[in-house]
Design a protein around this ligand. Structure first.
Ligand code: CA
Length: 309
């Protein structure tokens, strides 16, 4: 494998939540701290964005609504919303809140989410940052949005709810709580959306990898690709053996998430953050916050799954 890593978008503050629309060949992603939704056309290279909330709010996930190219489910702070956007305009046509995960007493916010193979949205929350820069522990939870728009809390006491993926046979759910520094797996019941039997499949500390595991996707061989925040890399992990298979270097330290796309689903899109970088770090990492496209990986991914509403 000799991959080619190419910067494809302008820098975001905190780029995240990449979603691939195969029919339109468009990558969607969010900038969490600028509360905005972005598109990148992989054919024409056109880029557009739309702000969904004012400063101080967060937008941390985007998924397409099944059957609608102009409808997206996003998170805004602790709410789940349906946004109608033509993909070009600087304003959305509408924003409709359809569910709320948590109240605001604990100052949590939604941080990451994805759709399971049956079309259900999953979204997780995280606690606020303390003045010391550390995150408040065990304030996050992972939720499932049910077909009737009710919400079920599935896991509690999380640090930073992050990467999600489902195995190719739909029988296993892979999950990352960043502050546990590991990838866990659960037995998955695709008909009920219930999980059971937590196991750790990859521990970063035991592998002497000192990074924050973040977003995650799965390829057509059932191997996981894990974005490493403060690691400048994406890891390919075999969930069955717990072995690290490959390390992909990215020219920005704060790697946040990954998704496969392109005509053959063999291109990996990687989002990153620049967040609170000052001059010194920006001089060192001028591409921080940009989205990258990685080609020549020799691996195909799995399609992004739209949400059924
Ligand atoms: Ca994340």
């Amino acid at each position: 494998m000799s991959p080619n890593v190419e910067q494809i978008t302008k820098p975001a503050g905190l780029g995240e939540g990449p979603f691939w629309n195969a029919q339109k060949q468009i990558l969607y992603y969010v900038d969490i701290i600028n509360a905005s939704l972005h598109s990148y056309n992989n054919v024409t290279k056109e880029q557009h964005s739309v702000k969904l909330a004012g400063d101080g709010n967060t937008v941390s996930l985007v998924v397409q609504v099944e059957g609608h190219h102009d409808k997206f489910v996003v998170s805004i702070n602790n709410d789940i919303a349906v946004v109608t956007w033509d993909g070009v305009s600087s304003k959305p046509s509408s924003i409709e809140i359809i569910a709320n995960l948590e109240g605001n007493e604990e100052k949590t916010r939604i941080n990451d989410g994805k759709v399971d193979p049956a079309g259900r949205l999953w979204a997780g929350t995280m606690g606020p940052k303390k003045e010391t820069g550390e995150f408040v522990m065990e304030k996050g939870s992972l939720y499932r949005l049910n077909k009737d728009k009710t919400v079920t809390k599935v896991i509690g006491k999380l640090g930073i709810a992050n990467g999600l993926a489902w195995s190719l046979d739909n029988k296993t759910f892979y999950y990352i709580d960043t502050l546990k520094f590991r990838v866990d797996s659960y037995d998955y019941n695709i008909s009920t959306g219930n999980i059971a039997n937590e196991k750790t499949i990859f521990c970063f500390k035991k592998n002497n990898i000192d990074v924050f595991p973040d977003g995650m996707t799965i390829d057509e061989e059932g191997k996981l690709w894990v974005a490493c925040f403060e690691g400048g890399q994406v890891l390919r992990i075999d969930p069955d053996t717990g072995k690290l298979l490959y390390t992909l270097k990215i020219p920005a330290p704060q790697v946040t998430s990954v998704v496969f796309g392109g005509h053959n689903l063999d291109e990996l899109f990687v989002t990153t953050a620049r967040d609170d970088y000052k001059k010194e770090l920006l001089d060192k990492y001028p591409l921080a916050g940009c989205t990258f496209k990685v080609t020549n990986l020799g691996v195909k991914g799995t399609p992004s799954v739209p949400v059924k509403l």
